[in-house]
Design a protein around this ligand. Structure first.
Ligand SMILES: [Zn+2]
Length: 455
């Protein structure tokens, strides 16, 4: 214990001295690159799609924010306007970033906005949810390779562009997220309608300014699926419109959406492009409100950690149940059964668990940011903020591996789409077993209370 305090004190002192020397406590760089597919490509999200997409509402982007503290500790956030983020893609990109720039894996987070008018990246589950042939699979693979190159170029640009910066954090509010498990879509907005079920309407905002106080970047979140529209046109949905609105009103700044725990939350009402624009505008207005009020300055060292925790599946399918699925009427169960049977035929057993990445970023004692893998439901956001304090806690998901829905224990026990049924579309062999929430929560607390602060 004595050693720990000594260590913390010496790191804090070293940091304070460096801050005094350089004036600004941090250095930061931000930027964006267009990632709109160039040729026709399958769009993600809706199983009902029947053809690829080749037109756009607006461009899709990869956004990057690189932070560095006074002791050269860095953190890179990349936010992508795509629908999926498969582990092999993330592993490949982060390995190449580490090799090129010396960032450790813990210092990089990749997150996707989960726009349902964005491309899926190449992964085996593409063949379960989408009726696509080998040509389309090859096109998705090519797109993933091009995207990887663009992320590496963006990172190189940021590494060469670090400038003195001040950081601050605050929370705003936007009201369009509705719990989709507890409310009928057709009822929302009718006279007398009162939404039921948990939601998180907070809008966390990280402000990055230069020493003159000019806004250079703003990262912001919201806990809601990007599912306002289902178009045969590329679109960032409401997060894309929010980013565009903020960059229009702050032309020198990069606006970066960091997806919140909206696994069970939809923007309602929906299904019209004007609504995606309206929700984007209301989110941008919420961010602007926060920017115009005094925000809490962030101080202290940047620390980040990442662990993959093994979450168990419930009862696995047997060869017999898979063979029955293969002959059954449900096309998705049949597609999954085909893949799993091929795996068994190769002598590879079905894994009884899956390693879900859990990452945290701490900025001094003033901000704890949590990046959960998968599509975590809103209960996680509400729980972490209750346990850790809303003023200094930012909970994000869709990070580092969009492997499956991550229900809370409540949602898992209730069942339904996010509780277990969606696993088939995501290529997982079974719903999660009980106990996942405690494992996730314990890992987050372990990381945040850990005292690994030295280089
Ligand atoms: Zn989703």
């Amino acid at each position: 214990m004595h050693y720990t305090w000594t260590l913390r004190l010496s790191v804090a002192l070293a940091f304070a001295v460096t801050s005094l020397v350089h004036g600004a406590e941090y250095r930061a760089a931000s930027g964006a690159v267009v990632i709109t597919p160039e040729g026709p490509l399958w769009a993600g999200g809706y199983a009902s799609r029947t053809k690829p997409v080749s037109e756009k509402v607006h461009d899709l982007h990869a956004k990057g924010l690189l932070l560095e503290d006074g002791q050269d500790r860095r953190f890179l956030l990349i936010s992508l306007e795509v629908i999926t983020l498969p582990a092999p893609f993330v592993d490949s990109v982060t390995k190449r970033i580490s090799e090129a720039h010396g960032l450790t894996r813990e210092q990089i987070t990749l997150i996707c906005t989960h726009t349902h008018c964005g491309p899926p990246l190449h992964a085996i589950e593409d063949r379960i949810i989408y009726p696509i042939d080998d040509t389309q699979v090859a096109a998705l693979k090519r797109y993933s390779e091009v995207l990887e190159g663009k992320i590496l170029s963006l990172t190189a640009e940021l590494m060469g562009d670090l400038q003195p910066a001040h950081l601050a954090f605050g929370n705003g509010t936007a009201g369009f997220g509705v719990n989709r498990r507890n409310n009928k879509e057709s009822e929302v907005g009718k006279p007398g309608f009162v939404a039921q079920g948990p939601v998180d309407h907070d809008v966390p905002v990280l402000r990055v300014t230069d020493p003159d106080g000019k806004l250079t970047a703003v990262a912001f979140g919201y806990a809601c699926h990007a599912t306002t529209v289902e178009l045969y046109q590329w679109s960032g949905d409401y997060p894309g419109f929010a980013q565009a609105a903020l960059e229009a009103s702050h032309p020198d700044a990069t606006a970066i959406f960091v997806t919140g725990c909206g696994g069970d939350i939809n923007p309602l009402p929906r299904r019209e492009l004007r609504l995606a624009q309206e929700y984007g505008k209301s989110l941008a207005d919420a961010v602007d409100d926060v920017l115009q009020t005094p925000m809490r300055p962030l101080t202290g060292p940047i620390r980040s950690q990442l662990e993959r925790i093994s979450l168990d599946f419930d009862t696995l399918p047997t060869r017999e149940t898979l063979q029955a699925d293969l002959k059954g009427d449900d096309v998705y169960h049949a597609r999954r059964a085909k893949i799993l049977l091929e795996q068994l035929d190769k002598g590879i057993p079905i894994a009884p668990n899956y390693p879900v990445p859990i990452q945290t970023l701490q900025i001094g004692d003033s901000l704890n940011a949590i990046f959960l893998g998968g599509e975590a439901v809103v209960d996680y956001s509400l729980r972490f903020k209750k346990e850790l304090g809303k003023e200094s806690t930012w909970v994000a998901t869709y990070a580092n591996d969009l492997c499956a829905y991550i229900p809370s224990e409540r949602v898992r026990a209730e069942g339904g789409y996010e509780g277990g049924k969606a696993m088939v579309y995501q290529g997982r062999p079974a719903p999660w077993a009980p106990g996942l929430e405690e494992k996730i929560v314990n890992e987050v607390h372990r990381q945040l209370s850990s005292t690994v602060t030295t280089e």
